[in-house]
Design a protein around this ligand. Structure first.
Ligand SMILES: [Zn+2]
Length: 340
């Protein structure tokens, strides 16, 4: 990794230079490498491609403090902050306002972000066999912990189920994203999406750490546990192949009436948009059956703002039951449930 070789059983940090900023100081990407004593997969875990999405940073910090990596097979490569220029400015975006996750595969002589994408992809990501990239919702738009996977990425789909999140969503690929680039190179990749930008929430962090360890067990990198598996959310996983935004029918005060993880069906009132001066209120009705995976925390909305994000399912009530009341897994080897 970088200019350093790691011996079996060795761990350390490599600082990869990625450019310099207006203060004339170099910017580096810290890459943690844990090399197992025995060979196996090489898993990348990355966070903060968007500089204000901090939950993944904390997940990696906690992951690296876990005991038990002396029994690691293969290698764990962890990058807590991919986009340091954006992280330093508390921003999703690069200093030139571009989105790093739309600049892949990048170019050696491109903009700062394009160079960063190129260096990260070629020096860090491509030497790995599997990837877990971590993101959060926008400010004020938290996500229920969920794993996103590309349609057709079969190995990624297996990893997504092994992660055991409340919801797995098959989502289409965005041009220039890391996931699209890895898909085109046939490298399995999943996205963990949880919580919101700028904030840590304990449940999103806990499920992230547990999910990564669960994927590592699935890949044979860590031994299977005999005791109750630390399943990500202690319930079954709902699989959805379509998500839908429910939008504010007009501007005003937004008051949600359903919570995260709740099932909804067509015609059901999800909340209201109210006239701030008390003259009237307009219900927001669901157009689909599914499970709420994101809710706006904004108290005021403009017409058309996305206020509820729904993972569309065939049997929304069963899905809610799986998410909110799921039995704890007893066996680590238990087959994950796939509803459809
Ligand atoms: Zn993101």
């Amino acid at each position: 990794m970088g200019d350093r070789d790691f011996l079996p059983g060795e761990r350390g940090v490599v600082d990869i230079p990625v450019g310099s900023l207006i203060d004339y100081q170099p910017v580096q990407m810290a890459v943690h490498v844990l090399r197992g004593k025995k060979p196996g997969p090489r898993l990348l875990v990355s966070a903060a491609l968007h500089g204000d999405e901090i939950i993944g940073v904390e997940i990696i910090r906690r992951l690296l403090r876990m005991p038990g990596f002396d029994r690691l097979k293969g290698d764990l490569v962890a990058v807590p902050v991919v986009n340091m220029p954006a992280f330093l400015s508390h921003s999703r975006y690069l200093p030139d306002r571009r989105d790093l996750n739309r600049l892949f595969p990048g170019a050696a002589n491109g903009s700062l972000g394009s160079r960063l994408a190129h260096i990260f992809l070629n020096q860090v990501v491509m030497p790995c066999t599997h990837a877990i990239d971590m993101h959060s919702g926008a400010v004020g738009k938290p996500n229920l912990p969920q794993v996103r996977v590309s349609p057709g990425d079969n190995e990624g789909y297996e990893m997504a189920l092994a992660f055991r999140p409340p919801v797995v969503v098959e989502t289409s690929l965005r041009a220039g994203s890391l996931r699209e680039t890895l898909y085109s190179r046939a490298k399995p990749c999943i996205l963990y999406e949880a919580g919101e930008a700028h904030r840590l929430d304990p449940e999103s962090v806990r499920q992230g750490v547990d999910g990564i360890l669960s994927v590592m067990r699935f890949l044979g990198m860590l031994p299977k546990t005999r005791k109750a598996a630390p399943a990500g959310h202690r319930g079954e996983t709902v699989v959805s192949r379509l998500t839908s935004w429910s939008r504010a029918p007009r501007g005003g005060i937004f008051a949600p009436e359903v919570g995260m993880g709740k099932s909804v069906k067509p015609g059901m009132v999800l909340g209201v948009v109210a006239d701030p001066f008390g003259r009237q209120e307009t219900p927001i009705k669901s157009k689909v059956a599914g499970v709420i995976i994101g809710i706006s925390r904004e108290a005021t909305v403009n017409e058309g703002d996305g206020v509820f994000h729904i993972a569309v399912t065939r049997d929304a009530i069963a899905a809610e039951r799986q998410i909110l009341h799921g039995e704890e897994h007893v066996e680590d080897t238990a087959e994950p449930f796939v509803g459809w």
